[in-house]
Design a protein around this ligand. Structure first.
Ligand code: GLU
Length: 368
């Protein structure tokens, strides 16, 4: 049910799903995964894939052992393996007429507000073009201090910045157990977690490091990030064919349900902007409209202060220059200078291209 109702889904796949213990590529599995993606897309669900495997595939090509690699060597190996990884996706996904693109991220790209807005915009433009972004950490340049280190956390940050509804962590474990299932026969799979802090208090998470590539620890960290972002998360065993279909048909996974609404999380994020890039001064009519929950249209804008890009944080000031809202601008300051005071249906003609009709959408705005 959670998955069916999700409009935007981030799916993380671990290396062990792509390459088996004998270092063979699991082509049949990837085909079945592509089929699952095709199905989600036919329901109009937007998909982002976060895939590991650059180092595993680089090692396979160079006949290296992953365990003995030092950081600088692994950076070179990741550079070799990343192309192999994308070729594998390209070859498989094109058979299902699924278009893919590559995004490589470093920690700052999601942690730093400006850069995360840029990344978010790229994801959105790729959705508009109907491409599936395939994300990995930019291992080639990421040194230990600037590394996510594991794709569980990277995927949760991607889910957060793209405002996703669900993050699926496909791993080689079924989900979160009450005890380490490899050691205790009476370990039970927890199917649903609502109060994360309370649940993990009674579990020895650190004792489950051998479960899943990043261990259970990184998965719980990812769940915490999702929780705060208003995004649900599921840990599921992805080893079998059609892993996404299975989440829906078999109830053998752990769902982490966020208690915060996505809208609430997003607005909290908007309000906490440290340095808005500019200001919009609006008239009384627009102020009234905003107050009653409407979006800000070009017609109500009287003046633009500062220079900013599309997606930047801005202050909204009333006619007496009093700040009363903050939001994300759907237009650059240059564009707003051209369209302010105009009716929304004139925008396309003035700018010469199709764009949004709201300058600041109501979902991107908070009154203060
Ligand atoms: N970014 C790494 C790779 O592609 C994997 C990190 C992880 O599996 O968590 O090889």
């Amino acid at each position: 049910m959670y998955l069916k109702n999700s409009k935007k889904i981030v799916i993380k796949i671990g290396s062990s799903l792509l390459v088996d213990k004998e270092k063979k590529i699991r082509k049949k599995w990837l085909s079945s995964f592509a089929k699952d993606i095709k199905k989600l897309k036919s329901n109009n669900q937007k998909i982002i894939i976060v895939s590991s495997g650059a180092i595993a595939l680089g090692c396979k090509k160079m006949n290296y052992n992953k365990k003995n690699l030092k950081l600088d060597k692994s950076q070179a190996i990741a550079s070799i393996g990343q192309i192999e990884l994308m070729n594998l996706f390209l070859e498989t996904f094109s058979k299902y007429k699924l278009d893919i693109s590559q995004i490589l991220l470093t920690l700052d790209d999601t942690e730093e507000r400006r850069r995360s807005i840029n990344a978010k915009r790229t994801f959105e433009n790729l959705f508009d073009l109907d491409f599936i972004p395939i994300v990995n950490e930019n291992d080639t340049i990421a040194t230990s201090e600037i590394k996510y280190g594991d794709n569980d956390r990277l995927a949760s940050r991607v889910a957060q910045i793209t405002n996703a509804d669900t993050l699926i962590l496909l791993s080689d474990v079924d989900g979160l157990y009450t005890k380490n299932p490899k050691k205790f026969k009476d370990a039970q799979l927890i199917k649903k977690v609502i109060d994360l802090d309370k649940v993990i208090k009674n579990i020895n998470i650190k004792g489950m490091t051998e479960l899943g590539s990043g261990g259970m620890n990184t998965k719980i960290e990812a769940a915490k990030i999702c929780n705060l972002a208003g995004c649900n998360m599921v840990i599921a065993n992805g080893l079998s064919l059609n892993p996404i279909d299975r989440i829906q048909s078999e109830d053998n996974c752990t769902w982490f349900i966020s208690r915060i609404s996505k809208m609430h999380a997003r607005k909290k994020w908007i309000i906490s902007s440290i340095s808005p890039k500019g200001e919009l001064i609006i008239d009384d009519g627009a102020k009234k409209a905003l107050h009653s929950g409407k979006s800000l249209l070009a017609a109500g804008i009287k003046k633009v202060v500062g220079r900013f890009n599309k997606g930047d944080h801005i202050k909204i000031l009333d006619n007496k220059k009093k700040e009363f809202a903050r939001g994300l601008s759907s237009f650059s300051s240059k564009e707003i200078n051209l369209i302010m005071g105009c009716h929304s249906n004139e925008i396309q003609k003035i700018l010469g291209y199709v764009s949004k009709s709201e300058v600041v959408h109501k979902d991107d705005m908070v009154e203060i």
